[in-house]
Design a protein around this ligand. Structure first.
Ligand SMILES: [Fe+2]
Length: 243
């Protein structure tokens, strides 16, 4: 299976890769899959602290595993944190995609990061180091990002609850911002954005349900560029510090 690394994954591509394939986990350290208990270290808010030893959890405690419904090699949130902490350089977009594709994050693990605001989607930091960060974002119906790029970072998103809409754009300094594509991602879907991509994510107002997504960015997001339809103006935008 080859994944397109330039540009966004098409809906068809996502459907194609929706089942795990052998080899996706080749680069994941074996120790991540050991039988470990979930004890989440929190130094600020609910974020993991990479500087402290972490006791890990795999899916082994999940009800789904007890019924043999979880595939071997599935990654709990704590296992993802361990992987991110082990990085010595920024992971590739393909690597991030593989991690998210194999994520099996339980509602129990998401609970500390599950919180919503009426005015805007809420960003919750799970872990961060100089190479990579992981966030959980919680969205009420109708909440969406500005149109933006990641200004030097690439990243992946997994939809844990709800339905996500993504709109992509092209930008030309002379012609401005132009609509490119629109895609819908259901619970369990994974998509990625390469460094030059311009997009907008959101929970559609017609969904009538909350949305929870996991995001991994490498390197961690800094100041983003934002765009407006029909305009050549590019503004700077610093996302609110995750909580
Ligand atoms: Fe983005």
């Amino acid at each position: 299976m080859s994944l397109p690394l330039s540009g966004h994954l098409s809906f068809e591509a996502i459907s194609t890769v929706s089942t795990s394939t052998p080899g996706c986990l080749d680069s994941i350290p074996a120790e991540v899959y050991k039988d470990l208990r979930p004890e989440v270290g929190r130094e600020f808010g609910n974020a993991f602290d990479f500087g402290r030893p972490q006791a890990l959890s795999t899916y082994l405690d999940s009800p789904a595993l007890q019924t043999n419904e979880v595939s071997p090699g599935a990654l709990s949130l704590t296992a993802l944190v361990k992987l991110l902490a082990s990085q010595t350089s920024a992971p590739s977009l393909e690597q991030i995609y593989d991690w998210l594709e194999n994520a099996e994050v339980s509602a129990e693990e998401l609970a500390p990061y599950r919180g919503f605001k009426d005015g805007n989607y809420w960003r919750h930091l799970v872990c961060r180091n100089e190479f990579v960060e992981m966030l959980v974002l919680c969205w009420r119906p109708g909440q969406r990002t500005p149109i933006h790029d990641h200004n030097g970072s690439h990243g992946g998103v997994r939809v844990c609850e709800g339905t996500m809409w993504e709109t992509t754009f092209t930008y030309d300094p002379a012609k401005g911002l132009r609509y490119k594509t629109a895609s819908e991602y259901s619970t369990g879907a994974v998509t990625g954005s390469d460094i030059p991509d311009i997009h907008q994510l959101g929970n559609p107002d017609v969904s009538e349900q909350d949305m929870v997504t996991i995001h991994i960015y490498a390197p961690p997001l800094g100041v983003l560029h934002t765009y407006k339809p029909g305009s050549a103006a590019v503004d700077l935008y610093t996302p609110p510090e995750p909580e």
